[in-house]
Structure formats: C-alpha cells, structure tokens
Ligand binder design. Structure first.
Ligand SMILES: C[S@@+](CC[C@H](N)C(=O)[O-])C[C@H]1O[C@@H](n2cnc3c(N)ncnc32)[C@H](O)[C@@H]1O
Length: 245
C-alpha cells in the first residue's frame, strides 16, 4: 500500500508486515502499546479476574514484542522519538536496545492504578504500568500540566465498557505524550492500536496518524471510535470526524 494512503487510517493486519510499506525516516513520533509479556496463571482461582485473563489469553495480549520490530521502528523514525508501554518484565530488553545499543536518552513514565487487581500472593501487586520514552536530539514541548512522569489514576473501567478493549489506555496520558513530543501535522504511528486511543488523541490534537491492528474485532472498534461510534453502536460527541477505514 502507498504510504500516503495509510495516513489518517487504521490498517487491519500484522504490523510486522504492514510496517514494511512505511518509508525510511517518515514518522515523527511512535507511541506503541504492544502485548505485555506475562503469565495469566496467577489469577486462576478468582472468577472475575479469570474472565479478564481468559480474554487476554484468547486474543494473545500477553505474548510481548519480538525484537525484530525494533529495527523497523528505528528505520521509519526521522529521529528516535518513541513511547513504549510495557510492564516490568519488558524493561531490560527495551533499555538494552534503545539505550545501550542506540544511545538514546530515556524517561520512565508510570501509571499507578489505584484500583488494581488484588493479586498479591507472595509477590508485589501488578498495580503499575510503565511507559518508556526514548529520544535523541530533541527538546520537549512540556508545560507544567504535561511534564509529569507519574500518574495516579484508577483503571479506566468506563473506557473499557465503552470501547470493549481489555487493555485500553487513558486518553489523557497519551495526549500529554503527543503534546510533549510532536507538533501539529506531524505523523504519529501506533502499530498495536487496539481500540485506537493513540489515533483519537492524535486526531484531537491536529496530528496525522497511522494505526495498525491485527484483530478484526478491535480494528472495527477503533475505526468506529474514530467515526464517533461506541462499541454498543451509540454515537458519541465525536460526530464531526472525517470517516476513516
Ligand atoms: C495492549 S493492546 C493496545 C491497547 C491500546 N493502547 C488501547 O488503548 O486500546 C495491544 C493490541 O495490539 C494488537 N496486536 C497484537 N499483535 C499485533 C500485531 N502483530 N500487529 C498489529 N496489532 C497487534 C492486539 O490485538 C491488541 O489490540
């Protein structure tokens, strides 16, 4: 597919293949939220948690990211400018590639979930998600509201209900990343776009975007979301958006 035709759309497919159609040095900012690496066995006995974990397993949302994508992300970026959501297990391999092998500067942003799942049998609770930011040669557009590196927020249950994605991220955190690390009309890539949170944030902030999603159900949710339609078919306030597909 031609690069121009991907802009302001969500592509249905495997990002490891789709990214090959993106030219070198063409993307201003990448924000990705790949599947996290973790075992879903620990929630076995608790029914409500088991249901969430069953969906996560079924949709392969716990398989992590393959290192071979890193070189492709590097190839398409004009300069290193990338946010990667992750859990603690994934942090060492991200730091190895971006900091040790590619000399990026790094920030660690954390989201402490104040209503996290009560899983604490012999371990620390999985109550914090991380987003690692790697950059080179870049000054941020931060202001006092957007510069913070720690968010204390409950799990966004309303968004999960509205858009029926089990790992949907808070829109406002992603908007802050975009304000800090891009300018109007820049092109933002999210290769694991899920319910389309990054694409919505980009659209609302007058940036261009390319989303990619492998799962047909989540792809439809994301496209509908951009077109102002909730997962239950109701219309939202975003009815003035251009139709995307
Ligand atoms: C953690 S979720 C992203 C959630 C998203 N940030 C949101 O707010 O809705 C990861 C998404 O990546 C998708 N995915 C997994 N492997 C993929 C691949 N190879 N190519 C494209 N999408 C993929 C999954 O189906 C899932 O929807």
């Amino acid at each position: 597919m031609k690069f121009e035709d991907m802009i302001n759309t969500i592509q249905l497919g495997d990002c490891y293949e789709l990214i090959k159609d993106i030219p070198d040095n063409s993307i201003d900012l990448i924000i990705i939220d790949p599947p996290y690496e973790f075992s879903t066995l620990s929630g076995q006995g608790i029914r409500s948690i088991r249901n969430v974990f069953d969906e996560i397993e079924e949709q392969k949302l716990n398989v992590g990211i393959d290192n071979k994508l890193f070189n492709e992300l590097k190839r398409v970026m004009k300069e290193f400018n990338i946010y990667i959501w992750c859990n603690k297990t994934m942090i060492p391999k991200l730091i190895k590639y971006f900091v040790f092998e590619n000399n990026c500067l790094m920030d660690i942003i954390s989201w402490h979930k104040t209503n996290a799942m009560p899983l604490c049998g012999g371990t620390y609770m999985p109550d914090t998600e991380f987003c690692l930011y790697f950059k080179k040669n870049r000054k941020l557009n931060t202001n006092y509201d957007t510069a913070k590196t720690h968010y204390e927020l409950p799990i966004n249950i309303d968004d999960k209900k509205k858009y029926r994605h089990p790992t949907i991220k808070p829109l406002n955190i992603i908007k802050n990343f975009i304000i800090n690390s891009s300018n109007e009309n820049d092109i933002i890539l999210d290769c694991f776009c899920g319910s389309g949170t990054t694409c919505i944030a980009a659209k609302e902030l007058n940036r261009r975007f390319i989303g990619m999603e492998i799962n047909g159900k989540y792809y439809k949710i994301a496209v509908d979301r951009l077109n102002g339609i909730l997962a239950n078919g109701q219309t939202t306030i975003f009815t003035d958006f251009d139709k995307v597909g």
